[in-house]
Ligand binder design. Structure first.
Ligand code: PHE
Length: 360
């Protein structure tokens, strides 16, 4: 009710009989929604300047009997109203309390002790464990660890890696493109090779771990988001024998046991020659399972000698410097090491899964 209307009512109030006022009050009391409104109504009708006081004041000049009768009438109504407001206030208080209880509901049966605290209880994610270990292996061999962004441009993901526009090799990796058609989620960590060459003059050697993204159907051995660890070494006189030496050292350090490996030719536009290094599946011992697609071997380490065009794009003269590069599939490695038969567990975020892993 606005000020001006209450003022108008007030002007008319001395024309209303106590009974009319009481009726009016009852109607308004039905509409009350909260305690503030109830208190407001109380002060309007029962307050010092309320309509009943006005009536009583206006009785100054009337006969004593009339004064008495009307005065009594007023008091009876006022008592009733007082009581009604009191009840209403209690009722509204209950209502408000119940509503608050409903809204601010807490399930006290929820387990709140023993909150999982990363390192303290659940431990590191198996991918982090393996990634850190491999970083340490390479750091001990004098490699640097580099990082790179998830969002890349065409240049870093393709062109600088000897995959020009319209090259069929772009279809080898199903790419998540941004609507501007210029940016993408990196499909491999080879983008870090390009960043590394921008940052360093040869000789250099570094690894670059991280998530990569491909628009693929998921199954036990395929995920849309997975992890790679890129490696690149550029120096004078680097040959395939350096590549093989570093890969063998890596695998014997990681598995702490002899693993059967085989080298097959592999095609990647950014290496020449290119290889696929496979290891005998440690889940089925080479018998064939869902992880190795019944082949008995798992593709683990694509690698090769850095293509001269890649060196040139990185402002390195291929007649002076050579290099090798590799792109280790971290998830598969984790699966081999811990005997996990479904890659989808790796990103599922289930603490019961994650808390099972300890560093070797
Ligand atoms: N980037 C390649 C891929 O993701 C792997 C690779 C890296 C191959 C480095 C050779 C050298 O498929």
């Amino acid at each position: 009710m606005s000020d001006s209307s209450s003022h108008n009512n007030h002007n008319n109030d001395h024309h209303k009989t106590p009974h009319e006022l009481f009726d009016e009050f009852l109607n308004k009391a039905k509409e009350l929604k909260n305690r503030a409104e109830a208190l407001d109504l109380k002060s309007k009708y029962l307050g010092k300047n309320g309509p009943f006081s006005t009536i009583l004041k206006s009785l100054k000049d009337v006969a004593i009997e009339v004064k008495k009768e009307i005065g009594q009438q007023c008091n009876t109504y006022k008592d009733q109203m007082e009581l009604l407001i009191k009840e209403k206030l209690e009722e509204l208080e209950m209502y408000e309390m119940n509503r608050a209880l409903e809204e601010k509901w807490i399930d006290i049966t929820l387990r709140n002790s023993n909150r999982e605290m990363g390192l303290n209880s659940a431990g590191l994610h198996p991918v982090s464990i393996v990634q850190r270990e491999i970083e340490d292996i390479f750091i001990s061999m004098g490699f640097e660890v580099l990082d790179g962004p998830y969002i890349e441009d065409d240049h870093h993901n393709f062109t600088a890696l000897n995959v020009p526009a319209d090259h069929p090799a772009r279809d080898m990796q199903d790419t998540f493109w941004f609507p501007d058609k210029k940016h993408l989620l990196r499909t491999h960590t080879s983008t870090i090779q390009v960043h590394g060459m921008e940052m360093h003059k040869p000789p250099f050697k570094f690894v670059g771990p991280g998530k990569v993204f491909r628009c693929e159907r998921t199954d036990a051995s395929h995920e849309m988001v997975f992890h790679q660890l890129e490696g690149m070494m550029v120096d004078k006189g680097i040959s395939v024998s350096h590549l093989i030496y570093f890969m063998k050292t890596l695998l014997s350090e990681i598995f702490r046991r002899d693993v059967d490996v085989r080298l097959r030719p592999g095609f990647f536009p950014f290496v020449e020659p290119g290889f696929e290094l496979d290891i005998k599946c440690l889940i089925c011992q080479g018998k064939g399972c869902s992880v190795c697609k019944k082949l008995g071997w798992v593709e683990l380490l694509p690698c090769g000698m850095v293509h001269p065009n890649v060196l040139r794009a990185g402002k390195i003269d291929p007649s002076e410097y050579q290099g090798f590069a590799f792109g280790l599939g971290l998830d598969r490695l984790v699966m081999m090491r811990y005997v996990i038969d479904d890659i989808r567990l790796i990103h599922a975020g289930d603490l019961r899964f994650i808390s099972q892993f300890k560093a070797y």
